[in-house]
Design a protein around this ligand. Structure first.
Ligand code: BGC
Length: 393
C-alpha cells in the first residue's frame, strides 16, 4: 500500500497531539469515528470477537511511519515505512479485520505470543516438584501458549503520548490455571513508535504463584512489502555464535553447537535463501530455518543489536534489538505452497514470503535445566524489550 508521507515539525506534532488528547477526553467514543484527530494516535473499530468489540490503533510518527495495532491479541496489523525512494509500504503480513484472524486461522501473524512462545515438549513440565499439563496443540508438543493463548485474548488498551513517541499500553490478566499454567499473571505490553522509526515493545509480568513464561511478538516481515513475493533474497545477519538444534518435532536437543561451517552461520549478512536448500539434517528437521539462535546465556536485561535484515531491492533495512537470550528465526515454511492465503488489502501470501525474528528465551526451557530459566516467582517482575527499527540502505 502506498501512502504519501506526512511531514510535520515536532512542535506541530506535539501541539496537535496534546489538543487531540484533550478532544478525546471530552468527546463521546463512537464506533465509526476515530476518537481523536491527532496524527500521532488514532483509534477505530476493528471487528467483534466473542461479542466484544475490538479496536485498531494507528500510531504515526513525524516521518509518517505508521504502526497499526489491535487490542485483539496485541497484534501488529501493519507497519508502514519508506523504501530507498521514499515510497511507503506495509512490511508485515496481516488481515483487514479481527474476525479474519479467527476465520482464517491466522498463523500467529503479528501477535503477542504467550504465555509460553515456542514449544514445550509433549505439553508437560515440572516446577517445584509439581507436574503441569498443557495443550498439545502442535502434536505432540505445546506451541505458543496453547489452544487460546495471548494471541487470542482481548487486551485492555490505553493509547498514550510519551516522550519517546505515540504508544499503546495493553494489559491482560491471565487467571491461575489458564491453559494449564500456574499463577495469576498480570501482563502489560507497551508498543511505542519512536522518532527513529523503531517499534519498541516493552513487556512486563508478575505472578502470584511460581510459573514459567516466554513472551514474544510474532510479526511476519517482508521488507519489499507484504505480498511482494519471496524473502529468500533478503540478507540476514544474526549476532549468534551458537544455536539450538532440534529433533524432528522441533524440540531442542539440549546442546548449543557453534554455527561455524553450517547454514546457521549468519554472523556476516547472507541471503536467507543462500543455503536453505542444502542437504542438512537440521534444515530437514525444521523444514527450512525454524530455529533458535543463542544470543547469550541468561536473561540479563541488556538491550543489544541481535539481527539485521536488508532487502536489496527496496533498500529497507530492519534492525532488531533485544535483551533476550534467544532469537527464533522462522521463514514462513508453513505458509501455503499451493493455494495462497488471502491477506490485507487484497494481497496474497505464500510459502517463504515472510520471516519472523522472535526475541525470546530458548524453546522448551521448562524442561531443559541448562537453558536460561523461564521461571517467574511471586515478588519478581518479568521484563522483556524488543525493538524492530526500519531504516533504508
Ligand atoms: C514456530 C514455527 C511455527 C510458527 C507458527 C514459529 O514461531 O517456530 O514452527 O510454525 O511459529 O506460525
Amino acid at each position: 500500500m502506498k501512502r504519501p508521507p506526512i511531514f510535520l515539525t515536532l512542535p506541530a506534532l506535539i501541539a496537535l497531539t496534546l489538543g487531540a488528547c484533550q478532544d478525546a477526553n471530552d468527546s463521546q467514543k463512537t464506533d465509526s469515528e476515530p476518537v481523536s484527530d491527532s496524527p500521532a494516535i488514532q483509534e477505530e473499530p476493528f471487528g467483534t470477537i466473542d461479542g466484544q468489540e475490538v479496536r485498531l490503533y494507528t500510531l504515526t510518527n513525524a516521518n509518517g511511519v505508521q504502526a497499526k495495532i489491535t487490542n485483539y491479541g496485541g497484534i501488529v496489523v501493519s507497519f508502514i515505512a519508506p523504501d530507498k525512494n521514499g515510497e511507503m509500504a506495509d512490511v508485515v503480513l496481516g488481515f483487514d479485520s479481527a474476525d479474519e484472524y479467527v476465520s482464517k486461522e491466522s498463523p500467529y501473524f503479528g501477535c503477542i505470543t504467550g504465555r509460553y512462545a515456542n514449544r514445550i515438549a509433549k505439553g508437560k513440565f515440572t516446577l517445584d516438584g509439581q507436574e503441569y499439563t498443557l495443550a498439545t496443540n502442535n502434536d505432540p508438543n505445546h506451541l505458543h501458549g496453547g489452544d487460546k493463548g495471548f494471541d487470542k485474548r482481548i487486551w485492555k488498551a490505553e493509547p498514550m503520548e510519551t516522550t519517546d513517541g505515540p504508544a499503546l499500553k495493553l494489559s491482560y490478566t491471565s487467571p491461575d490455571g489458564e491453559e494449564g499454567y500456574p499463577g495469576t499473571l498480570e501482563t502489560t505490553v507497551t508498543y511505542t513508535l519512536t522518532a527513529d522509526n523503531g517499534l519498541r515493545i516493552d513487556y512486563q509480568a508478575t505472578t502470584d504463584k511460581p510459573t514459567v513464561l516466554n513472551l514474544t511478538n510474532h510479526s511476519y516481515f517482508n521488507l519489499g512489502g507484504h505480498g511482494s513475493g519471496t524473502i529468500l533474497d533478503h540478507e540476514l545477519m544474526i549476532a549468534a555464535d551458537r544455536y539450538t538444534p532440534i529433533d524432528e518435532t522441533s524440540i531442542p536437543l539440549g546442546d548449543l553447537p557453534s554455527v561455524e561451517g553450517t547454514p546457521f552461520d549468519f554472523r556476516k549478512p547472507t541471503a536467507i535463501g543462500a543455503r536453505i536448500g542444502e542437504d542438512n539434517e537440521q534444515l530437514k528437521n525444521g523444514l527450512g530455518y525454524d530455529h533458535n539462535f543463542v544470543i547469550k546465556d541468561s536473561r540479563d536485561g541488556k538491550l543489544q543489536l541481535v539481527a539485521t535484515v536488508h532487502d536489496p531491492e527496496s533498500g529497507r533495512l530492519l534492525e532488531v534489538e533485544s535483551d533476550e537470550p534467544g532469537l527464533q528465526l522462522y521463514v514462513g515454511n508453513f505458509l501455503p505452497k499451493d493455494e495462497p492465503m488471502k491477506g490485507k488489502d487484497g494481497k496474497e501470501y505464500s510459502y517463504r514470503e515472510a520471516f519472523c525474528l522472535e526475541a525470546q528465551t530458548f524453546p522448551d526451557s521448562p524442561n531443559q535445566a541448562d537453558f536460561p530459566s523461564p521461571v517467574l516467582r511471586p515478588g519478581e517482575t518479568y521484563t522483556q524489550t524488543t525493538i524492530y527499527r526500519l531504516k533504508v540502505k
